[in-house]
Design a protein around this ligand. Structure first.
Ligand SMILES: Nc1ncnc2c1ncn2[C@@H]1O[C@H](COP(=O)(O)OP(=O)(O)OP(=O)(O)O)[C@@H](O)[C@H]1O
Ligand SMILES: [Mg+2]
Length: 276
């Protein structure tokens, strides 16, 4: 018998800004389940632009280093509010309207994802180690919450907010959460939905789109400066996912209707397939 596919879909914050984009995404997710209701589907979402916008309304300046947000205590409040008070509920409502039995919760729930403060680290393009503040690396994953939700027929929607063992909330980059979950929970398929339909050698030139990318090429793309911002983090995490045994990671754009279901079905389309 064919293996039941365990599918992790990550959606970036930009995908979730507009109601019609959320509705299209929800319809795409519903189609993924309709293709085989036994599939175990989990969604992780970011909230990059929403956190920046809420921060501005609160008088907070956003700072990024190598694609990751530097997070002090006031900014952590904005992260929690945007993730769990704005983006999570908006995605939830769109999924429910598409008749997807969704449940929205921070990744911290039920001890699913436990964080630890990210130590100051050397990062590409920065002269010295970078202290990101209240930002997490993933320390541990406990699958029980997801197993319970799946067994009851629900689709978990996870905000990438975690806490450490001392009760400190921490901001975790959503792409880093994807890597940790994939490693611990053996997802068979990983689809990253973002603002652009995959990776470009030059983001300004559509002709440089890369339909196929090998993990070994990623370091060169980052070192050359061809890849910038959040795509640096995404590709570093993809490298990690592939190094841990996954075969393929898809990077798809949210503006392509049906992009997720099409990628999983192997239908043609504009996207990047990254392989080990
Ligand atoms: N060479 C490149 N190819 C593709 N995208 C690139 C490239 N260089 C930079 N980018 C940018 O990286 C972005 C993806 O990272 P970003 O962190 O902004 O979004 P996300 O991870 O999907 O969302 P979130 O951070 O909210 O979870 C793309 O939308 C694009 O603007
Ligand atoms: Mg990002």
């Amino acid at each position: 018998m064919a293996q039941t596919r365990k599918i992790l879909v990550k959606v970036g914050g930009e995908t979730l800004l507009a109601a019609d984009d959320r509705a299209r995404l929800a319809a795409d997710l519903a189609a993924v389940l309709a293709a085989d209701p036994a599939r175990r589907l989990c969604v992780v979402h970011g909230a990059g632009p929403q956190i920046t916008a809420l921060g501005q309304r609160l008088g907070l300046q956003s700072t990024f280093r190598a694609g990751r947000r530097v997070t002090d205590a006031p900014m952590l409040d904005a992260v929690a509010m945007a993730m769990c008070g704005q983006v999570g509920p908006a995605l939830l409502a769109a999924c429910l309207a598409a008749e997807l039995p969704a449940v929205s919760t921070p990744a911290a729930s039920g001890g699913l994802a436990v964080g630890q403060k990210r130590p100051p680290k050397a990062v590409p393009g920065e002269p010295g180690p970078v202290d990101y503040g209240l930002v997490a690396d993933l320390a541990a994953v406990d699958a029980r919450l997801l197993d319970a939700l799946w067994a009851a027929g629900f689709v978990p929607l996870l905000s990438s907010l975690v806490s450490d063992p001392h009760g400190q909330l921490l901001n975790l980059n959503a792409d880093s959460l994807v890597t940790g979950l994939t490693r611990q929970l053996a997802f068979t398929d990983v689809v990253l939905v973002t603002g652009v339909p995959g990776v470009f050698r030059d983001l300004q030139d559509p002709a440089t789109h890369l339909p196929e990318l090998r993990a070994a090429e990623i370091d060169g793309l980052i070192a050359s400066g061809a890849v910038q911002g959040g795509m640096i983090v995404k590709l570093q995490e993809v490298q990690e996912i592939l190094a841990r045994g996954a075969q393929t990671v898809w990077i798809v754009g949210f503006r392509e209707p049906g992009a997720i279901a099409d990628a999983l079905a192997g239908n043609p389309g504009l996207r990047t397939r990254v392989r080990a």
